[in-house]
Structures are given as C-alpha cells and as structure tokens.
Design a binder for this molecule. Structure first.
Ligand code: SRM
Ligand code: SF4
Length: 570
C-alpha cells in the first residue's frame, strides 16, 4: 500500500469541520468584513473565503519591518475571477482594468489557468470589487477552494467550429459543476439573507470536496492547457471537422512538498473515451467518486491523484462506470505537438483573425518601459471581438476583422506589446508563478526573478547559436508547482531565498515529467550546470529534436516513466 494511504478511520481534518459548520460557505465572513479594528478576517473565515475566490495575504516585503514596528502585517486580499476558457469581452476588460487601478495594486495578473487575479485589495474594498465584477457579468465564486475550479480549455474557440463546440462544453462543465450556495449573493451582492437552515449543494454536500479539483480540455495538436496536469483532463477527438467526443484522463496534478516522497507530481492516466452527450455525467461522476473516496484527514494527500494511487485505477474506473451505468469506450488515438502558445496573427476558419501577444509572467502593469496595462485598455476600447487568456499567461486579441488588423497592430506596437516578434525561443516559452511578495507559500522569488534570470540564459544560449531554440522554461517559488514546473524542459523550483532545485527533461508536449538534476543550488550553480548541456545540445541534437528529448536520449537524465499509455498516442 503506498505511503500516501491514510487510515480512513483517522478523524477528518480541521478544514472539514470548518466547511461542515459554515452553513454552505457563509461562516462569519460578512461580520468579519465589517470589523473595523483589523484589516484581516478570522482564520476560519479565511479558509471559507477561498471558495468565494479570494485569499487573505500580507505583503511579505513589509512583513519584517512591520513586525519590528509592532504593527499588524500589511494585510490585503488577492481576488481571482472564474472565466471559463478565459474568455473576456472588451467591456469586461475595461471594468477589470478599472478595478486593478482603483482597488488593487495597479496591475492585472493573467494566471496559469487563464483567468485574472487582482492583488493588494484592502478589506473594505473587497465587497465593491466583487460587486463590480458581478456587474460586469463575471464572478469569482469557486475560483479557489475545495470545488471544481475554473474549467480551462484551448483558448481559441473561434478558430474552427470544433473549437467553438469545445468551448461550449467547457462552459457547460463550469456551470454544471459550480457550487449552488446562495452565500455568495448574500455576502457580496446584498442578496436577501437566508432565514433558517440552508438546503443546498446537491453535488457537493456540506463538506464540498476533499481538495481543489481542476478540469482542462485540450484540442490536439495543441496541449496548451497541459491536459495531463488536470485532475480531469479531456482530450477532444475531432475527425474531419467533427467533434466525436473526448478521451478522459484522470489524476493529474503538480503539487509536492520538498523532502516528502509521499507527495509528487503525477500525469493524468487516460482511462477511456466518452461521447459529448456522456461528458457532463462522466465529469460529475468523476467528481463524485473523489468526493466520496478522497482523503479528508490529510490535505496533503487529498487530491484525486493520491486517491487513484491509493485505491487503484481499476477500482476507480469500476466505481465510476457503475455510477454512470455505462462502460467507457476505448481511448482514441491523438497526437499533441506542443503545449505553448502560437504567437502572432492566425486566421480562423471563418476568415476572422486572432492575435496572440506574449505577456511576461502574465503581469499587465505600466512599469518602466512597459505600458502593457494601458496598451490592453486601449485595445479594449476599440476592439470589436473579444479577448482570450491562455494557460501560458498570455492574451489573444480574438475575432478580429481583416480590416481592423492594422489598427490593432498600431496599438500593440505603440505600447511595446509586440515583443513576441523578436523574443528568443526560451523567452517565448517562459512561465513563472507569482511567488513573492504576495504568495504566503513562496520560498524563493519567481515572477520577479524571471527578468533577471532570462537574460543570463539567453546569453548562454546565444554563445551556442541557440537563441531561437524553443525551450520550455518554468519557474516556481515553491514545490506547489503553480507554473506547472514539472512539465518544463528546464525548471527552477524554489527552496529558499536565491536557491532552487534545477529540474530537466520534460518533453515539449506536456506528456513527460522532468527529473531533478541539481538540488538546492544558487544562480551560479544553475548556470554552471546548464552551460555544458547547451553546448552538447548545440553540437549533438538531431533534426528538430527538442532540448528535453535530447537530454533523455543523450542519457543526461533518465526518462521519467511516462504515464500516458503508448498505445493511445498516435
Ligand atoms: Fe497555485 C496555492 C497561485 C495555478 C498548485 N497558488 C496557490 C496560492 C493561492 C498560495 C496559497 O495557497 O496561499 C498562490 C497565490 C499566489 C498569489 O499571490 O497570487 C497560487 N496558482 C497560482 C497562480 C496565480 C500562479 C500563476 O502565476 O499564474 C495560478 C492561478 C490559477 C487559477 O487561475 O486558478 C495557480 N496552482 C496552479 C497550478 C497550475 C494549474 O492548475 O494548471 C498548480 C499545479 C496543478 C495542481 O493543482 O496540481 C497549482 N497552488 C498549487 C498548490 C499545490 C496543490 C497540491 O495539490 O499540492 C497550492 C498549495 C495548496 O493548494 O495547498 C497552490
Ligand atoms: Fe506561491 Fe508556490 Fe504557487 Fe509559486 S508555486 S504561486 S510560490 S504557491
């Protein structure tokens, strides 16, 4: 029995008590928001607040100084929207941009799950911010918490009719699996307070899920959502322009804890194929099995990946099929080419155009030479189509008439948003998580380190004529893996200030995990380790061979066992 297994007679964790007693996520959040004596809310409410899309944080740059001055930490709230498939209308963009400038820290942050985060909202501004998001016809409910999160999907639904259908299904999933509690309306939108005991949540019950649950839908050949990093990954099977259905992959996840081998990143296992008509029932049943089987004693072992490894894939599938009343079909063949974004203009099948811009670490702000927040606001003022956020933290100006392209290009250029044209291969494929100063779990810098680290790598690569080599670089400030670093050809995972684990050798398609290469090293040691590998890659690589594949073929690192069964990869 794997070490992750916990005796199910172990009492539930404290978090379970908090959920059960919360009257469907109400707790005393409303009262806490009104308390003028502190900028914080209680610990219990803070746990419930996540289900409403927000985290209490404190500015870690100021923590020590405020402690010395015997002041309360600089508390503020992070807020995350729930935007299925990352679709944002220009009107929504303008509303979100205003909130960033008026209530948050002056930036909008595109996340690795194609939505927006606002940082630095002080307590009494949280309610008006959420109300304004609601007015803009969006929501923050279930953007965090032990529920099905924002459903992500290949972010270019207007590229073909099959893409549009995939978007339709991702949105349906997001709606169907949303919590039903009225607490959100009561607390944030001045909805009528409930009298008596609530009777809600047919799927989730009073204790919701044991842990967060993520769903992603990919359309081959693009794996731009990293479908195997999802609790439930769906691979659209399209033949001759027709959406036949979806391969189902379960048990993906990235999070781990340093020094604890009972926690690990895992790629989803493909267990079969369902038709579009079977999709909602299947997703709901997968969620229900995890609801009933997941570990509610030890949150570290509560994700679906541990449930599967503990109970066995076969018994999971058997229970799933008995709940569904049908057998999953054999998984269909598919092939992914890559998991990055396609920069620049692309024409859709209906003759409309889509422009993907690179936004370093997804941070839209006006800093230094960058005028990116303003640039996107200017685009939103004139753009007639919509925007799509990507899981690589970028943005697509989507659905543009051919005649409008020049006007869009001019705004892009005027605000320095056209870097995608000239960026090195590694810069185009770099993703960094937020980390310091807002993330309470960060052990090292990530987003703020990327601008320092990238030029050093670029210099090394240039020495070997590798400036254009597309290499997936992922930085995370801790092993939770919010940038999906275990799927980077090169990845840094934070250990402590200025120190990282260097991991190497994932593939370019999101189908193979990387391996540790150096542990707990500083910048100099990272560059020393990489320099000879770049030299060998330049000299010995095969035609079109990617860096991660080369490292495995050359025996620099062992191939991490691939959990995607070879027979379904065409
Ligand atoms: Fe994450 C926790 C930021 C995508 C795995 N993540 C956090 C928190 C909320 C820290 C906390 O719990 O106090 C971070 C807030 C930082 C801040 O100041 O904004 C945070 N995660 C992010 C974002 C913003 C990273 C980014 O740079 O874009 C991403 C928001 C996604 C969204 O819009 O929903 C983000 N997080 C991810 C991903 C990637 C993905 O889902 O594709 C992962 C890995 C996949 C997975 O879930 O396994 C991820 N975040 C985690 C974990 C580890 C979970 C685990 O199973 O162990 C934590 C910690 C936890 O849950 O206890 C975490
Ligand atoms: Fe924070 Fe760690 Fe996630 Fe980075 S990977 S945002 S440091 S929790």
């Amino acid at each position: 029995m794997p070490a992750t297994c916990t005796d199910m007679s172990t009492p539930p964790s404290d978090f379970e008590r908090i959920k059960a007693n919360s009257r469907y996520l109400r707790g005393t959040i409303a009262e806490g928001l009104r308390d003028p004596l502190t900028n914080a809310i209680s610990d219990d409410d803070n746990k419930l607040l996540k289900f409403h899309g927000s985290y209490q944080q404190d500015d870690r740059d100021l923590r020590e100084e405020r402690r010395k001055q015997k002041l309360e930490p600089a508390y503020a709230f992070m807020l995350r929207a729930r935007l299925p498939s990352g679709v944002v209308t220009p009107a929504q963009w303008l509303a979100f941009d205003r909130l960033a400038r008026e209530y948050a820290n002056g930036s909008l942050r595109i996340t690795t799950r194609q939505t927006f985060q606002w940082h630095g909202i002080i307590k009494h501004k949280l309610k008006p911010t959420i109300a304004a998001i609601h007015e803009a016809l969006a929501t923050t409910i279930a953007a965090c918490g032990d529920v099905v999160r924002n459903v992500v999907s290949t972010p270019n639904p207007v590229e073909s009719s099959a893409h549009a259908l995939a978007y339709h299904w991702a949105t349906r999933l997001s709606e169907e699996l949303s919590p039903r509690t009225h607490a959100y309306h009561e607390i944030w939108l001045d909805g009528e307070p409930l009298v008596g005991e609530p009777k809600e949540e047919p799927l989730y019950g009073t204790t919701y899920l044991p842990r967060k649950f993520k769903i992603g839908l990919a359309i081959p050949p693009l794996n731009d959502v990293d479908v195997f990093a999802q609790d439930l990954g769906l691979i659209a099977i399209i033949e001759q322009g027709e959406l036949l259905g979806f391969n189902v992959a379960v048990g993906g996840g990235m999070g781990a804890t340093h020094g604890d081998p009972t926690t690990y990143p895992r790629l989803g296992s493909v267990i079969g194929f369902v038709t579009p008509e079977q999709l909602l029932a299947t997703a709901e049943a997968v969620v229900a099995v995890q609801r009933d089987w997941g570990n509610r004693s030890e949150r570290k072992h509560a994700r679906l990946k541990y449930t599967l490894d503990h109970r066995g894939l076969d018994s999971f599938k058997a229970d799933l099929e008995s709940r569904l009343g049908f057998i999953l079909q054999e998984a269909r063949a598919y092939r992914f080419d890559h998991n990055g974004d396609r920069y620049g203009w692309i024409e859709g099948s209906d003759g409309r155009w889509h422009l993907t811009l690179q936004i370093e670490s997804g941070r839209l702000a006006d800093t230094g030479e960058h005028r990116w927040l303003t640039g996107l606001r200017e685009l939103a003022r004139v753009h007639q189509g919509d925007f799509r956020l990507t899981c690589n933290q970028n943005v697509i100006v989507a659905n543009v008439d051919a005649g409008e392209r020049a006007r869009i290009d001019a705004i892009v250029q005027a605000h320095g948003l056209d870097g995608y044209r000239t960026h090195s291969g590694i810069r185009q494929h770099a993703v960094a998580c937020v980390a310091l100063p807002s993330c309470g779990l960060a052990m090292a810098e990530s987003e703020r380190y990327l601008p320092q680290f990238l030029p050093l790598l670029e210099q090394l690569l240039a020495q070997h004529g590798l400036t254009d080599a597309p290499i997936l670089l992922r930085l995370s400030g801790c092993p939770n893996g919010c940038s999906r670093p275990y799927l980077g050809e090169i990845a840094l995972v934070g250990r402590g200030p200025g120190r990282y684990d260097l991991r190497l050798g994932a593939d370019f398609r999101g189908e193979r995990l990387n391996q540790p290469y150096r542990e707990n090293v500083d910048e100099a040691a990272i560059l020393d380790a990489l320099a000879p590998l770049f030299a060998r890659y330049a000299a010995e690589r095969g035609q079109g061979e990617h860096f991660g594949d080369f490292l495995v073929r050359a025996g620099v690192i062992g191939a991490n066992p691939r959990r995607i069964p070879a027979e379904v990869v065409a």
